[in-house]
Design a protein around this ligand. Sequence first.
Ligand code: H2U
Ligand code: ZN
Length: 349
Amino acid sequence: MSNFNMNKYPHRRYNPLTGEWLLVSPHRSLRPWNGKEEEPQKVNNKDYDEGCYLCPDNIRVNGVHNPKYDNCYVFTNDFSALLPDVDISLTIESDDLFKAEPVKGECRVICFSPNHSKTISLMSTREIGRVIDTWQEQYNELKQYKYVQIFENKGAIQGCSNPHPHGQVWAGNFIPEEIGKEIKQQKAYYEKHGTTLLGDYVKRELALNERVVCETKHWVVIVPFWAFWPYETILLPKMQVSRFNELTAEQKEDLAVILKMITVKYDNLFNCLFPYSMGWHSALNDDNDYKYWTLHAHFYPPLLRSQSVKKFVAGYELLAEKQRDITPEDAANRLKQLSVEHYSVKEGA
Ligand code: H2U
Ligand code: ZN
C-alpha cells in the first residue's frame, strides 16, 4: 500500500536495469526558462544533397567514392573509435590506481536510405524492414566480437553530424559499462525469481497501462518507471528473445510497424524531426545462452519542453544524482495521445 503522492512530491525511483536511483521532482516542471534555445530540424524535401558525404555517388571526407546504392549501405567508419588490428595479447602494466587494457573492434556506418531526407519516421514499414534486416546482418557478420552496439544519433543537437538518415555499429572485444550493469542486474533478477526482469516488467506495465505509449502484436513501447530523459522510452518484445539476430520474419515485420509508430509520435510531439540517440541492447555475441537477457532498445531524446529547449545534464545531475521534472506517467500520456500519422503528411509539407 502506498500513501505517498508521486505526482506531486519529490521522490526517488530505482532503475532495476542499471541498479541506479533517480530523483523525480514533479512540482518543478513549471519553472520558467530563459536559457539556451536550439535550432530545430525541419523536414526537407531534398532527396539528394551534393554536399552530403553519405548520399549515393558522393565522395566521403577521405576521398572514398560511395556507390550508387539504392537500399541500405554499410561502410567501415573512416574515423573508427575502435580498430581491428590492435594486438590485445600485449599488456599494459596496471595496478589499483593506474589501470588500462588494450581493446580491438570495428566501427561501421549504416546509411538507412539513399534518400537524403528519409528519416525512419518518414519511411514505409517496408523500407524500415530493410534497416532491420541490415541490423541483423551486422550482428551476424560481427560475431567474433564480444559485444556489438547498434545505434542511431539523430539531430544536430544530439551530436549527429549529418541529417542523412544513418546509424552506426561499434563492435568490440570487451563488455562496455552500460552493458555490464544490465548483465549484472538481469542475471541477479533471474537467479532470484527464475523469470526475466524485462519479461516481468512488460507484463506489469501492460496490466497497469500507465506508461505504455503504443503496442503491436509482438512489441510494446513504454516510458519506463525510472526514465531519466523527459521523453525517454524503452522498446520491448512481448516474447522472450535475447538477441537481435534471433528475431523471426514476423517479429521483424511487426517491429517495423512499432518503430514507425514511435518515431512518428516523437516527430509529432513538437512538430520537428525529433532528435534522439537510440540503440539496441542485445545479449553478448558469444555462444552462451543468455536466458536472463531480454533484447530491447532505448530511445534517449534530449528535448524537454519544445522543439528548441533541451534538457541539460549539469550541476546536481553530474555531481550527485540524475533528476527529472515531468513524471514518466505524464510523458507517456502525452506520447500516447499523439497521432501515428506524421505531421508533415497532414500539413502536406
Ligand atoms: P554521426 O553523425 O551519427 O556521428 O555519424 C557520422 C559518422 O560518419 C561519424 O562517426 C563517419 C564519422 O566518423 N564519417 C565517415 O566515416 N566518413 C566521412 O566521410 C564522414 C563521416
Ligand atoms: Zn545525403
